[in-house]
Design a protein around this ligand. Structure first.
Ligand SMILES: O=C(O)CCC(=O)C(=O)O
Ligand SMILES: [Fe+2]
Length: 288
C-alpha cells in the first residue's frame, strides 16, 4: 500500500499547450500508479497522455498499462499481420521490410482505430520503439472531437443527434490498393454523435476523411459535405507529437481523432500499437 501511495504522489500532469493532451511525469513501470488516477486524467481531463523515456519497456509492461483502460485487447489483426514475437495483442507497425513493413511510409489520414468494425477501440496506445526524427516526418497528430461537438450550434447538434454513419477501410493498418480480408473492405455503422461510456459527454465520432462512406438517409454529396465540415471543425486545432524513442501515447479513441504524417522512407520507423476494445463498460472500473 505504501508503494502504491508513493506511485500516486510521484505522478504529475503537464498540459501540452495545444488544447488536448498532457505529458505524464514520474511513471515507474515497476510501480504503476492507482489506475483511477490515469483513467480520470485520460477520460475527463486530457484525452491524450504522453509518457516519455520508456525505452526498453517490455511487451508485458506495455500490456499492463493498456489493461488499466480495459481488459479486452484487440486481436482482430489478420493472421499474417501478427508480427510481434511474443503476443498477438501488440501489432508492430513499421516501414521496415524485415518486420513486414506493415504500415509502410504513407500518410495515414484522420481516423479513429477500428472505426470500420462494430466493436471499436475505446482506448489505443502507441509506443515508439524506433520513431523517426522530426525532419523525417512521421509525426502523429491528435484532435479533440468532444470540444468540437461542444462548439457546434444547438441547431446543428440537434440536426446530427441521431445520424448513423458508415465507416469503411481496407483493413487495419493497410492502405488503399493492398488486398485485405480477401479483398473485402470491412465497414460498420456508428452514431455520429457518441456518448462516452464513462463521462457521459458527447463527441463527434470519427467524421469525414478517407474512410467515410455514407450517412443513413442522406444523399452522398450532402452526407460527405456534412461529414467533411465536421472533420474540419474537429481538426481546427491539434496536438502534433514529434516522437522520441521510448515515447508512449495513450488516447481516448472515442473522443479524439488522429492522423500520421508521411514518413521519409529512407528512415526506419518502428512503433507498437495496442487497441483496447470497447465492451459494455469499456473495461472501466467506475468505482475507482
Ligand atoms: O504510426 C502512427 O504514428 C499512427 C498509427 C496509427 O494511427 C494506427 O496505426 O492506427
Ligand atoms: Fe490509428
Amino acid at each position: 500500500m505504501a508503494s502504491l501511495e508513493a506511485g500516486i504522489a510521484m505522478i504529475t500532469f503537464e498540459k501540452t499547450g495545444n488544447d488536448i493532451g498532457a505529458f505524464v511525469h514520474g511513471l515507474d513501470l515497476n510501480d504503476l500508479p492507482d489506475p483511477g488516477l490515469l483513467r480520470k486524467a485520460l477520460y475527463e481531463d486530457h484525452l491524450l497522455l504522453v509518457f516519455r523515456g520508456l525505452s526498453g519497456a517490455t511487451s508485458n509492461q506495455l500490456l499492463e498499462i493498456a489493461r488499466i483502460f480495459g481488459k479486452n485487447l484487440s486481436k482482430y489483426f489478420r493472421e499474417e499481420d501478427r508480427n510481434h514475437p511474443k503476443t498477438d495483442e501488440i501489432l508492430i507497425l513499421s516501414n521496415v521490410e524485415e518486420l513486414g513493413a506493415l504500415g509502410a511510409s504513407a500518410e495515414l489520414p484522420w481516423h479513429t482505430n477500428l472505426a470500420y468494425l462494430p466493436q471499436v477501440a475505446s482506448v489505443a496506445l502507441l509506443y515508439g520503439e524506433l520513431p523517426t526524427p522530426p525532419e523525417a516526418g512521421g509525426a502523429t497528430l491528435f484532435a479533440d472531437t468532444r470540444k468540437a461537438y461542444d462548439s457546434l450550434t444547438t441547431e446543428l447538434q440537434e440536426q446530427i443527434e441521431n445520424l448513423q454513419m458508415v465507416q469503411s477501410q481496407g483493413g487495419y493498418h493497410v492502405y488503399p490498393g493492398e488486398d485485405v480480408f480477401g479483398g473485402v473492405a470491412p465497414g460498420a455503422q456508428h452514431s455520429l454523435v457518441r456518448v462516452h461510456p464513462v463521462t457521459g459527454r458527447k463527441s463527434l465520432y470519427c467524421p469525414g476523411g478517407r474512410f467515410f462512406q455514407s450517412i443513413e438517409g442522406m444523399k452522398y454529396d450532402d452526407a460527405y459535405a456534412l461529414s467533411q465540415s465536421l472533420l474540419n471543425r474537429c481538426t481546427e486545432s491539434a496536438y502534433k507529437h514529434l516522437w522520441e524513442p521510448g515515447d508512449l501515447l495513450v488516447w481516448d479513441n472515442l473522443s479524439t481523432i488522429h492522423m500520421r504524417e508521411i514518413i521519409d522512407p529512407s528512415f526506419k520507423r518502428v512503433v507498437h500499437v495496442i487497441d483496447v476494445l470497447e465492451d459494455e463498460m469499456s473495461g472501466i472500473n467506475r468505482s475507482s
